[in-house]
Design a protein around this ligand. Structure first.
Ligand code: NCD
Ligand code: ZN
Length: 477
């Protein structure tokens, strides 16, 4: 058999180990991993001398803004940014216009994404107060999972009541899909923001004051209780505080199917950066006091936090630099800076390259039922590969971003580690730090390969559906 591509002289990285090997690719899949002389003949070869061969990162939290906000991002610019960041699969959030809340809107988003994407993707469906009835059609229409906004953030999607959340979990649990949570409690934040505004506060730190860690602690705890009651799978997005690690760890210990992600901003920025960055740093949940950084890092190392994502949230410079903090759009781009930022810590000896692969690829793939098709370099897996120079020292620069959002907190930051080539199912999306335009539209939805084992549904006899079917009191049946 003749392979399409053989990569020679690289160092392959898995969750457990690193080893020198050649990698053969055929029809988008990995055909063989082994010594150079065991490789089949190939149409094309690549010398990866000096490079590490990583499973492409899976970023389970991006906002590509399409449809709705083409001046911020679209599927083409967002997935080009992913390719430059060594990211080969992204999960896109539903706070687009219109929000991804029914089968028709989902189908339209699939059509847009499949025509423009350089990398593979999953689409989140919106789980809100009024979209519970749409769960079956969204599952049939191919969502990777659901997103539930417990607190207000960009897009102003209303937060469901606890009553609606419980019912939503009851309905999603038997589908096996995971519910990802923006875990900040809205009613606390609303009161505090109103008081701060009335008191005349409009400085950047007022944003943090409106959303202290208790909003996350309360939300994670409450969501974990509802997940435990129903058996629903949940995922805590953008973990920002040391305090919320306690309810997360406790829920894991009780056997709740709960996972968590953090993002580089919570590991590397702190409240000390608000004066320097102004509105640029505004995001939800907020970057917090420095004492949160080490516990979050340690939770990643010990597995309490399962993975790294970015919450890539592009906005324009004008939208990020308004004087009144309450009018600054929340979030900033991150899909192409995550890998260099994290690899810098690997270079500094804070983690191994295998740790990084576990956080960026293996665990996301396992959590959403994509493993071992994705997240690993072994025969039979999709050839989603980031070829990375772990020793390259450079500086992140907003002006060089593929993202349409050329404003981030990382501008000028020195990093060590650079993705040189990115392959998506065997095709170069980025080669030698250049986009490969022919790969536009090659990205496909990964829901078709998703295999989630059934969830362990609990209290099925007490769901809304069950009690509404029960006979009226005193009725003869
Ligand atoms: C996100 C956005 O801009 O869509 N903003 C943010 O501050 N994180 C929304 C979100 O993930 O909360
Ligand atoms: Zn969020």
């Amino acid at each position: 058999m003749i392979a399409d591509l053989v990569i020679h002289n690289g160092i392959v990285v898995s969750a457990d180990t690193t080893f020198p090997a050649s990698v053969a690719i055929k029809n988008g899949k990995i055909l063989a991993v082994g010594t150079a002389d065991s490789m089949p003949q190939a149409t094309e070869t690549l010398d990866a001398g000096g490079l590490h061969v990583l499973p492409g990162a899976i970023d389970v939290h991006v906002h590509f803004r399409d449809p709705g906000y083409p001046h911020k991002e679209d599927w083409e610019s967002g997935t080009a940014a992913a390719a430059f960041g060594g990211v080969t699969t992204v999960f896109d959030m539903p706070n687009t216009i219109p929000p991804t809340a029914n089968a028709e809107i989902l189908a339209a988003k699939h059509a847009i994404a499949s025509s423009k994407a350089y990398v593979d993707y999953g689409l989140y469906g919106l789980l809100g107060e009024d979209t519970i009835a749409q769960v079956p059609e969204l599952v049939d229409g191919g969502v990777i999972g659901f997103k539930l906004y417990m607190g207000n953030t960009f897009g102003k999607i209303p937060s469901p009541t606890t009553g609606a959340m419980l019912e939503a979990f009851e309905v999603v649990a038997p589908t096996g899909k995971r519910v990802s949570l923006h875990a900040e409690t809205n009613s606390i934040m609303e009161r505090r923001q109103a008081r701060l505004t009335a008191a005349g506060r409009s400085d950047p730190l007022a944003h943090l004051a409106a959303r202290p860690a208790v909003v996350a602690v309360e939300a994670v705890s409450r969501a974990a209780i509802l997940a435990e009651w129903t058996g629903a799978r949940i995922h805590v997005l953008h973990i920002s505080s040391a305090a919320e690690l306690l309810p997360l760890a406790a829920a894991k210990a009780r056997g709740v199917d709960i996972t968590g992600e953090t993002c580089p901003q919570y590991l590397f920025l702190s409240s000390d950066d608000y004066a320097r960055l102004g509105g640029i740093i505004r995001l939800n949940p907020p970057v917090r006091e420095q004492e949160n950084q080490a516990p979050i890092w340690n939770a990643l190392v010990d597995g309490t936090i399962d993975m790294i994502a970015t919450d890539h949230a592009p906005h324009t410079p004008e939208e990020k630099t308004r004087n009144d903090i309450w009018s600054v759009d929340c979030g900033f781009p991150g899909v192409e800076s995550q890998m260099p930022l994290m690899l810098t810590e690997v270079a500094a000896g804070r983690a191994s390259i295998s740790d990084y692969v576990r956080w960026s690829a293996v665990n996301p793939a396992k959590t959403w039922g994509l493993y071992p098709r994705k997240g690993v370099i072994q025969p039979g897996a999709d050839a989603d590969i980031a070829l990375v120079d772990l020793t390259r020292q450079w500086a992140l620069q907003d002006s060089q971003l593929q993202s349409r959002s050329k404003i981030s907190p990382w501008d000028g930051r020195k990093v060590c580690g650079l993705p040189i080539h990115t392959l998506v199912r065997g095709r170069f999306a980025m080669k030698n730090r250049e986009l490969v335009p022919a790969t536009k539209g090659w990205g496909r939805s990964v829901h078709t390969i998703q295999a989630m084992p059934p969830a362990v549904v609990r209290n099925a006899d007490q769901t809304m559906q069950a009690v509404l079917k029960a006979p009226a009191r005193g009725a003869v049946t």
